[in-house]
Structures are given as C-alpha cells and as structure tokens.
Design a protein around this ligand. Structure first.
Ligand code: ADP
Length: 651
C-alpha cells in the first residue's frame, strides 16, 4: 500500500515539477480540458488554466497535416499510440514532440503524455549532418589522394618513354668508336639518366604503395647474394669518398641462408639505407650487420642494421624524415640532392615484410637504421631451378629474324631499330596499330614488338584483332609488349589480351634480346653473359695446376687458395675502381698483376679476357668492352670465392 502511495507521489512530482507533460482532451472536438503547467509551457502557454480557458483543440498545435491525420487514424484503430513523433508549432516556436496517448471512450477523453524531444531531434539531425559532411570530406580526400596517385603514376609513365630513348641511345653510342673525352661525356649522361630513373621508379613505387597496388613475390633466394649485390652497387661510391664499407656477415656469417620472399624489394630497402649512409657520411665507415635473432622449424628471423658515422639526424626530425618528400634539413636537398621518398618507401616495404624500421641517431656521431623480419625458410631445389632458368645468350645471331615494331614515338623507333639491326635482325616499323595490321597482312614476321599507347589503334586493341580476327599462323605470332606502363595490375590485362611477354621502358638492349630469343626459342651458344650458373664452376675453376705445385700438401693448398682469394679480391676492387675512375691504363696494370694467379687456377676463359683487357688498355681502345670484361670477371670471381670457401672446408 505504502509503495503505491509513494509511486503516486512520485508520479505527481514528475507532473508538477515539469519533467513530464500531460493533458486530457475531449474525443469529440479535441479541446484541451485538463493537464499540467509543464504541458502548457511545452506549447508556449504560461499555465494550464490559460490554455483550458482558451478552449483550443490540441490538434491546432500539430503543424504537419499528414502526421496529424496519421495520429488520429492510429488512435481510432488501436485506441492508443506510443512514441508517435509530431511536429508542433505554437506562436513562433517550432518543435518536435513524442506522444503516448490512450483513448478512453467511456470518459470520452484522450489521455496524453507528451515528451518534448526538440533538442534531442536537433542533436540527432546535427549528428546526421556531421556524419554526412564527414563522409563527403572523406570522399573528397580519397578522390584527391587517388588523383594524386594517378597523377604520379601518369607522370612516371610519361617520363619512361623519353628515358627509354636517352638510355637506349647512350647504350648504343657507347658501343661505337669514341674518343676518351666522348666516352666520358656519355658516361655522365648515362649516370644522370640512371639517377633520374631511380627518382621515377621511386615515384611510381610510392604511388603504388599509396593505392595499395604493390604486390610481393615469394621466391627462394640466398640472403648473402642480396647483401653482396648491395655491397657491390655501393662499393665504388664509398671508395670514392674514402669511406670504409664493412659487412662481416659476407665473410663469416650466415652460411648463406636460403629464405623465401621478395628479394628484389629487400634489395631495394637495403640499397636505399646503405646509399643514404654513404651519402650522409663524410668520413669513417658504413657497416651492414645481419644477425639471426630467432629460428624455428619453418622460419628464420633476421635483424639487419645499417650504421654510419655520418652527419646524423636531429632528434626532432627523426619521425619527420619517414614522411614522403621530407628531408632532414632544408639545406640537405641543396647539398645532397634526393627526393625524400627513399625512406618512406623503405619503411612501407619493411612493414609489408611484417617488420618495423627503427632509427637511432646522434648529430655529428652517426645513425643506425635497423629492422627485423621473419622469413620463411626457402628451398634449395627452387633456387637451383630458378638459376637454371637464367639462360645465356649470344648477342650475334645468324638467323634471319623478321621483326614488326609497332611504335609511334620516333626516338623509340630508332632505339629499337638500331638495337635489333645490330643483332642482324630485319625490322619493319608501323606507326600505329592500323599500320601494324596492314603490314601483317602483306608480309611475314617472326615476332611483334608492340607499344601499348599509340594513336588511332592502340597496342591492346591491335593485339586483340591479331589474336581474334587473323588466321593461323599470323594469329599465333609471339607479341612482346614494350610499354612505359610499369603497373603489374595492368600487365594482367595485357596477358589476358594475348600478349606473351612484357618489357618495361626503359630497358637495356640485353633484356630485349633475351626476350626475343626466349620467345622464338632460338638456341644459341654461350658467349659473354655474366650469368654463371652454379654447376658451371668446374669449367672456370680448376685445382689441377695448384695441386701439382702443392704435391698433396693440403695445408699449403689451403694457404695458396686463401692468399689467392684475399689478394685477387683486393686487386679486383682496384680494377673496378680504376674502371669507375675511367683510368684505363691503371685497369691494364692491375689486371696484369692479377693474371698469373688466374692462370694457376686454370680459368682459361678469364685469362683470355684479361689478355684482351691488357691489350686494349695499351692500345687505348674498346673502353666499353674493358668495362664489361672487368665486371664479368668480378662476377665470376665472386662465385669462385664461394667455391674456394667450400673447397677449403673440405680439405
Ligand atoms: P633522400 O635521401 O632522397 O633525401 P630519404 O627518404 O632516403 O630521401 O631520406 C630523407 C632524409 O633523411 C634525407 O634527406 C636526410 O636528411 C635524412 N637521412 C636519411 N638517411 C640518413 C643518414 N644515414 N644520415 C643522416 N641523415 C639521413
């Protein structure tokens, strides 16, 4: 009993204290006959007496006719309504209410509770508007980001075509007879063009990362090879600045783990870090360290760090330099050049590998860039299979191969034409897809080189027509797309259309040559390729002569091999430095010093090449061939060293 009483009191207090508005209206005319003051105030009156005296029907406050009619219908049908929302208007006050009403036919009244939800509705509306404008803003941001990515991709695409002419032509020019001065000028052009290409590739990578289009390969590779590549590429620059480039892992550690992953991307990360380290160091050393931090049955975790004794980075700039197009200092760009994209790309790539780039640095002392990646353990069989796929080709072919080139850009026509004519191929040029189709119906061709972006009829459409509308054997001719589009996403469409191979501009003549040979399955003999398959060691490295000298004394043999390795390694680096400095006389002198040891190891092919180098260096000719031969010998020796290490272990 007491409970009911107190509930009643509570209800009364709710009504009287302006928390709930309540009223009673007549069914017949809707006139308000009773209620509380709060109800009157909700409708803009001071008290309930005032509103009752005015004899106003409640419906006169419901400003929306449709809502009003719906409420009346519902009340007549169900005799009650719950949370029925209505717009109300009284004087110049507009609002929204929620009605709970019961029709009491016996009394002839409707009992109504009213909740003023004007403010609540306003904030819901505001929230909705906010949400909508956020979605709109988000869409605008997304669109402008997409536009930026597309712009960057297009820009890099547009650059690629003229770059192809520059690099292609300089490559061809280097093969002609040149004076030393001309050779030097062209080398400068090549270097600058290659640097520009790095920037273009960075921009493309960056836009691919931003649009989430970067795809990783998962192939077996030997980590030692990847690191050796990085050291080889940066060795000259370090040497030129008199900076020591150290990687103990290459000499002692690692027993050449075979891992699985994208070695090209790992190379890109390391190259960028080591490149920066060399760039921002004036004296001291740059060190690459590789440390195994964990191994399970299926994985190996490596911590790789690149440290330097360079200019360092201010603490408050360390996070900034990871942002795109940001450099440590405004003066950095003036002094060292660069785009500020390298670290951003490296950071993303490391994250794609599942790692995190860590930086510690002190101004004037140096910096350490490190990251840890868990790699799946790769497999030897896959590695060997991949190596076997690295076919070797001779650049001179006697076969009469007819090429159709569809390309609108005159410079690129000239580049490809000069390259293929040098190999002894016949070539016909079509300026667009239509001309290509016409030539195809008149003459016989062995292979088609197809540019993709061409006026009138583009490369893809042209390929589609060749594959679908021409009869055999024309519809079966191999087609190689030669494109400035480096988007692998688009490459899928190329293959689906019927293109067999893709070459991205700019390309080296050797790449074009290999693709043509591969497509036509031409068998050629090995000549001067620098790719030496692992199982070919026996041909270039022979212990018989040394064994004769050491007469079964294994200790002496080990000593001789070790001395050979250390001495030739130093001399080879000297030779490479001389090549890099274009000091051709010095190249001859160093190679002359190195030659006798090479002869002891029975490397006849290398010995012959060395004789040529010495001869050309004396005659002051064939500088480009000297460079090629020195690089070739360096590659061979790297493989020989691995074999020597194995042999020493066995001895
Ligand atoms: P870039 O080298 O093209 O300027 P990065 O993104 O590779 O672009 O580097 C961004 C900036 O980070 C550099 O401009 C430099 O200020 C700073 N930086 C990177 N590596 C080093 C380093 N090893 N020592 C000192 N500063 C560095």
């Amino acid at each position: 009993m007491k409970n009911i009483e107190s509930n009643k009191e509570w209800m009364v207090s709710l009504f009287n204290n302006g928390i709930v508005a309540i009223c009673k209206t007549r069914i017949t005319d809707g006139i308000i006959i009773d209620g509380n003051d709060f109800f009157a105030q909700t409708l803009g009156y001071d008290s309930i007496n005032e509103i009752v005296a005015a004899k106003v029907p409640i419906t006169s406050f419901y400003s929306n006719v449709e809502q009003r009619n719906a409420l009346m219908q519902l009340l007549q049908k169900d005799k009650q309504v719950n949370d029925f929302r209505l717009d109300v208007e009284s004087g110049n006050r507009k609002g929204v209410i929620s009605i709970y009403a019961i029709l009491d036919e016996l009394e002839g009244v409707i009992n109504t509770i009213i909740l003023d939800i004007t403010e609540k509705e306003k904030s819901i509306k505001q929230l909705k508007e906010n949400e909508e404008s956020l979605i709109k803003l988000n869409k605008i941001a997304e669109k402008s980001n997409q536009a930026k990515s597309i712009f960057l991709a297009n820009m890099s695409h547009e650059f690629r075509t003229p770059m192809n002419s520059i690099l292609g032509m300089t490559e061809l020019l280097l093969k002609t007879d040149l004076t030393k001065k001309q050779f030097n000028f062209i080398n400068v052009i090549t270097k600058s063009a290659e640097n520009l290409l790095v920037v273009i590739n960075d921009i493309l990578d960056f836009s691919k990362i931003e649009s989430g289009e970067l795809v990783f390969e998962n192939i077996s590779f030997r980590i030692k090879d990847t690191i050796a590549d990085v050291v080889n590429s940066t060795f000259y620059r370090a040497k030129q600045k008199n900076i020591e480039l150290v990687c103990n892992y290459l000499s002692y550690g690692g027993d050449g783990y075979i891992l699985k992953g994208d070695s090209v991307r790992l190379n890109q990360i390391l190259l960028n870090l080591v490149d920066n380290a060399v760039k921002f160091t004036e004296k001291g050393k740059v060190e690459i360290e590789v440390e195994k931090t964990e191994q399970t049955e299926k994985t190996i975790t490596l911590r790789i760090s690149v440290s330097d004794t360079g200019i360092g980075i201010k603490q408050n700039k360390i996070n900034d330099i990871l942002n795109s197009f940001t450099q440590g200092d405004i003066s950095t760009n003036r002094k060292y050049g660069g785009t500020g994209l390298g670290l951003t790309i490296s950071k993303y790539l490391i994250e794609m590998f599942g790692g995190k780039l860590l930086i510690s640095s002190e101004v004037g002392v140096g910096s350490v860039f490190s990251f840890e990646i868990e790699f799946e353990i790769g497999n030897q069989t896959e590695l060997v299979a991949l190596k076997e796929n690295e076919k070797e080709y001779n650049n001179k072919l006697d076969q009469n191969i007819k090429i159709l080139l569809a390309e609108d850009e005159p410079f690129n026509q000239l580049v490809v034409q000069s390259m293929v004519e040098e190999w002894g191929f016949d070539i016909e040029i079509a300026k667009n897809g239509n001309e290509a189709l016409e030539l195809l119906s008149q003459k016989q061709f062995d292979i088609i080189l197809m540019d993709i972006q061409m006026p009138e009829l583009d490369g893809l459409e042209c390929t589609r027509i060749i594959r679908n509308e021409f009869k055999s054997p024309i519809n079966l001719i191999p087609i190689i797309a030669v494109t400035a589009n480096a988007y692998t996403e688009d490459h899928k469409i190329f293959y689906e259309t019927g293109i067999n191979e893709i070459i991205s501009k700019p390309f080296k003549s050797q790449v074009l040559f290999e693709k043509i040979v591969e497509m036509l399955q031409i068998k050629v003999e090995h000549n001067q390729s620098v790719n030496i398959a692992e199982n070919e060691f026996d041909k270039v490295y022979n212990l018989n002569v040394v064994k004769k000298i050491t007469k079964g004394d294994n200790d002496l043999l080990v000593k001789m091999l070790t001395v050979f390795k250390d001495k030739s390694n130093i001399e080879m680096k000297e030779a490479l430095t001389a090549v890099y400095d274009q000091d051709w006389e010095q190249v001859g002198i160093v190679i002359h010093k190195l030659k006798p040891s090479i002869a002891y190891l029975g490397m006849i092919d290398i010995e012959k090449k060395m004789n040529n180098i010495i001869k050309w260096s004396r005659e002051k000719t064939n500088y480009n061939k000297i460079k090629m031969y020195v690089e070739f010998i360096n590659e061979v020796l790297k493989k020989v060293y691995i074999q020597i290490d194995k042999d020493i272990k066995e001895l």
